[in-house]
Design a protein. Structure first.
Length: 162
């Protein structure tokens, strides 16, 4: 887990999330693993219904979970820019009073992409002219960033997000 710049925003992996269910933390779980667990679903016997109101997005107090997996760009398109803006709103809601951890399974693609988006579009600590410009700056802050398909979605929708 790494603190990003001079903010209360942290990026990490699934392993990091296991230690941060405390009062002074808000958490964005950008992974289907946690999302299914929070909703009592599994991939075989109690599979989720794609029409369920929380199929992609679930927010409960200081926890937000997303049913996102790497390599599934249809989930981001299906989520739409509205979901991304709700994620940024969630971070905004908590960042001044709590530390905010954004994590995915490995901490390489989904969670840093969301942090990059927040730092550019809401915190205004990174340039927000284009995704490519922000990505170059963000790699200086978080060298483990390996943009995946979520980054492609963000790049294609840069001006609609935030």
């Amino acid at each position: 887990m790494i603190k990003l710049l001079d903010t209360n925003l942290y990026v990490g992996s699934l392993l990091d999330s296991e230690y941060f269910f405390k009062d002074n933390w808000a958490v964005v779980h950008a992974t289907q693993t946690v999302h299914y667990k929070l909703l009592g679903w599994n991939k075989t016997t109690n599979k989720s219904d794609k029409n369920h109101e929380h199929y992609i997005y679930f927010e409960n107090e200081s926890k937000l979970s997303l049913s996102w997996v790497d390599g599934a760009p249809h989930l981001y398109k299906w989520s739409g820019t509205e979901t991304f803006n709700k994620i940024l709103d969630f971070i905004d809601k908590w960042i001044n009073g709590k530390n905010v951890l954004v994590h995915c399974d490995q901490g390489f693609s989904r969670s840093p992409s969301l942090c990059l988006l927040y730092l550019a579009k809401r915190a205004n600590v990174l340039s927000k002219d284009s995704f490519e410009e922000v990505r170059r700056d963000f790699v200086e802050v978080y060298s483990e960033y390996i943009p995946g398909r979520l980054a492609k979605y963000i790049n294609n929708n840069w001006h609609s997000l935030g």
